[in-house]
Design a protein around this ligand. Structure first.
Ligand SMILES: Nc1ncnc2c1ncn2[C@@H]1O[C@H](COP(=O)(O)OP(=O)(O)OP(=O)(O)O)[C@@H](O)[C@H]1O
Ligand SMILES: [Mg+2]
Ligand SMILES: [Zn+2]
Length: 373
């Protein structure tokens, strides 16, 4: 266990191009550096674990790099890059506003701002979680932000833009970091798996990526957890078990039985799901997701937004072809209202079973109403 480094730290990108899923931001930053058109204050905003701090550090390092590469990437070898990578650069200062949010902390920082850099062009201040600064600290900072010395660059990062004073926002160039797409997360995990000598199947990585909900850091932590749980063999089954996620297969079966009007088999599947320790709420949400995926498959243009493993696409398309649009829309409505009332219901099992029976009767009802043939 001695020198185990968690993947989120071990694989923190060191260059703009290795930042995943934020290429519009990294390209804009590179261009600004190339054209010497740099703002003095930036605000990096976006949900947790999507690369704000990472990009702030790369930007800071790039600005002070002595041997900037042609593609505007830091060399990671010069004195400035090295001292930063080793964590003792005097020109790049990081303040975690979550734990240093008093006026005194900001005054210390302002004192530093006045002093010109010893080596390199810029003195760069990265203020993380900037929304945590107290309002008096914010006010003290505002003056500095208004008239910074030419050598100072500020990179503010936050998950909560609405908590930042408008007067600060208006002085910053704002970059909106997006949640990372499932496929991008999967590709990133694949690379790491091969570097770590871990076998990982595509379906397994997809479940991890979905669970991470757009946060790459979360994806890496889940990945680490399953690597150690599964002894470096990240299979679909290991992931389902570890993350307590329902197998896609159940949803395909439930949908098939619903299309056939087969109530008994659907009740038996639900029984099996409960026996495996899942709860009805998870089942309802999963099934609604499944219905959404099938709807998305109905049109070649929306098939692009289907976030499932490549080898499952065909299976989705095939079921989507069998399932009439009216059925899917009615099912989604039913699942949504059942889910809404799920928490408050006294007999949860019966509540879901009734929904399953209704779901499995949709086709015959639609036929009676002559909505479908
Ligand atoms: N876009 C990304 N590309 C590659 N790795 C990333 C990306 N985003 C996050 N990571 C991974 O997650 C770790 C944490 O990312 P980072 O600290 O940049 O997130 P953050 O957006 O600042 O999150 P927080 O809001 O929680 O501070 C990184 O060390 C890296 O391993
Ligand atoms: Mg951060
Ligand atoms: Zn360098």
């Amino acid at each position: 266990m001695g020198n185990f480094v968690v993947s989120a730290r071990k694989y923190r990108p060191q260059t703009f191009d290795s930042v995943v899923g934020q290429s519009s931001i990294t390209t804009t930053l590179k261009n600004a550096i190339k054209n010497d058109h740099l703002a003095q204050a930036f605000l990096f905003f976006g949900s947790r674990g999507v690369g704000k701090t990472t990009t702030a550090r790369i930007l800071a390092k790039t600005l002070n790099c002595f041997n900037l590469k042609e593609d505007i990437e830091p060399c990671n070898e010069c004195e400035s890059c090295r001292s930063f990578n080793e964590g003792h650069s005097f020109n790049i200062l990081e303040l975690d506003a979550a734990s240093n949010n008093s006026v005194d902390d900001i005054r210390n920082l302002i004192d530093q701002v006045r002093i010109a850099p010893q080596v390199g062009k810029y003195k760069i201040f990265i203020i993380d979680e900037v929304h945590m600064l107290s309002s008096s600290a914010f006010n003290a900072f505002l003056k500095t932000l208004e008239e910074p010395p030419a050598h100072a660059v500020f990179i503010l990062a936050t998950t909560e833009k609405h908590k930042i004073l408008p007067t600060i926002l208006s002085r910053c160039q704002i970059f909106d970091f997006h949640r990372i797409q499932v496929q991008d997360i999967v590709d990133h995990l694949k690379k790491i798996a091969s570097q770590e000598g871990v076998t990982a199947d595509d379906k397994a990585l997809h479940i991890i990526a979905q669970k991470a909900d757009g946060a790459l850091r979360d994806a890496l932590s889940i990945f680490d957890q399953i690597v150690s749980f599964s002894n470096k063999n990240v299979t679909y089954e290991a992931v389902l078990k570890n993350l307590n996620v329902l197998d896609y297969d159940y949803f395909f079966k439930v949908t098939d039985f619903a299309l056939d009007g087969n109530i008994p088999d659907n009740l038996l599947i639900y029984n099996e799901i409960l026996a495996h320790g899942f709860d009805g709420g998870q089942f309802l949400l999963g099934l609604a997701d499944h219905a959404r995926n099938l709807l998305v498959c109905k049109d070649p243009r929306t098939i692009e937004i289907l976030e499932v493993p490549a080898d499952l696409r065909q299976t989705y398309s095939a079921q989507a072809e069998k399932a009439p649009q009216e059925f899917l829309l009615t099912a989604l409505d039913l699942l949504r209202s059942t889910e809404e009332k799920f928490k408050a219901s006294k007999n949860k099992r019966l509540h879901v079973e009734v929904a399953i029976m209704k779901l499995t009767s949709i086709i015959s009802t639609l036929k009676k109403k002559e909505i479908i043939a």
